[in-house]
Design a binder for this molecule. Structure first.
Ligand code: NAD
Length: 302
């Protein structure tokens, strides 16, 4: 039987509706409006498109949101001052510095300058530490891993006691999602294995997975025979493998492939995310959720 396709587009829309209501209620009952600033250095087209998407969503949800564009050659010291200005601004609850930054700027230094309580991307070492401790210590969850966890929960898959295999050990996806899945609590309590470029016999590990999370950045790395029948497969990979003409706009658009061979895998898996339209739409949505959480915590709203 073909797998259930887990639509990130649908789940993200559902969560955004929930957030919209929450924001309206916060405004009405407490006079609190979540505030998000996105700082963009330079004009990298992919980064422009990412921050535009984040600003658009923030507006739709009723946030106070602003875009702060800075020139490519901004000195590091000036960028640090700018971050500090927003750290002190009570209307701002979330600060997002769009990556990558130009080479003359130390990314780690800038990310560490963000007030951890406004670090809605959850990249600050303090928040990474809080995530590791887990439970109520974790103020924010990193956006892509939080989106993955939410997709698993809302698709009805039992995580408690499940064998979870994560392919990839990046700081953005692999390590944090592995950490989140092994904590006690909702959408977790699993037995987690992380596999990577140093792993022997990747296939054998993947075949044991009740839940297989793939974030390797290698198109179609996971073959259908690596999947346990009935497993939940979350494909995080987004790989540009070429270009095609869009029938809608007549413009050239990238051809995207996941890390899993979707067409073949869906005949074996119990549930699977598509690429695009799986994990992707969840990432921005979880950023918005973190900003709402931050605003609530700042205002003492439970
Ligand atoms: P990364 O390159 O930082 O990490 C990839 C990891 O995969 C590494 O730890 C590496 O050890 C492992 N890996 C690579 N090739 C492997 C192989 N052949 N066998 C075993 N392990 C292997 O990448 P990342 O930032 O974690 O992103 C991974 C993928 O997810 C990329 O395609 C990226 O575009 C995508 N991504 C999507 C979203 C989203 O919102 N949808 C967000 C972040 C990343």
């Amino acid at each position: 039987m073909a797998a259930k396709v887990i639509s990130g587009t649908e789940v993200a829309a559902q969560i955004r509706e929930e957030l919209k209501k929450e924001v309206a209620e916060m405004k009405e009952k407490h006079g609190v409006v979540p505030g998000l600033v996105t700082i963009l250095v330079g004009k990298n087209p992919a980064s422009v498109s990412y921050v535009t998407g984040k600003q658009k969503t923030a507006h739709e949800l009723g946030f106070y949101s602003m875009q702060d564009d800075q020139p490519e050659d901004i000195p590091e010291a000036d960028l640090l001052k700018l971050v500090d200005k927003y750290n002190k601004d009570p209307k701002i609850h979330g600060i997002l510095v769009q990556l990558p930054l130009p080479k003359h700027i130390n990314e780690k230094k800038v990310l560490s300058a963000i007030d951890p309580d406004k670090d809605v991307d959850c990249f600050h070492p303090v928040n990474v530490g809080r995530l590791m401790i887990g439970g109520s210590e974790a103020r924010f969850l990193p956006c892509t891993p939080a989106g993955i966890q939410e997709l698993i929960v809302r698709s009805g898959f039992e995580t408690s006691g499940a064998e979870v295999v994560v392919v990839g050990r990046s700081n953005i996806v692999g390590k944090p999602i592995a950490n989140m899945m092994l904590q006690k609590g909702r959408g977790a309590n699993a037995t987690v294995t992380v596999v990577h470029t140093g792993t022997k016999n990747l296939e054998a590990h993947c075949r044991r997975a009740d839940i297989l999370i793939v974030a390797a950045g290698v198109p179609h790395l996971v073959k259908p025979e690596w999947i346990k029948p009935g497993a939940c497969v979350i494909d995080v990979g987004v790989n540009r493998v070429g270009e095609k003409m869009s029938e809608k706009t007549g413009r050239m658009v990238p051809i995207l492939k996941g890390d899993v061979d979707f067409d073949a895998a869906k005949e074996i898996a119990g549930a699977i995310t598509p690429v695009p339209g799986g994990v992707g739409p969840m990432t921005i949505t979880m950023l918005m959720k973190n900003t709402v959480t931050s605003a609530k915590l700042a205002a003492g709203i439970r």
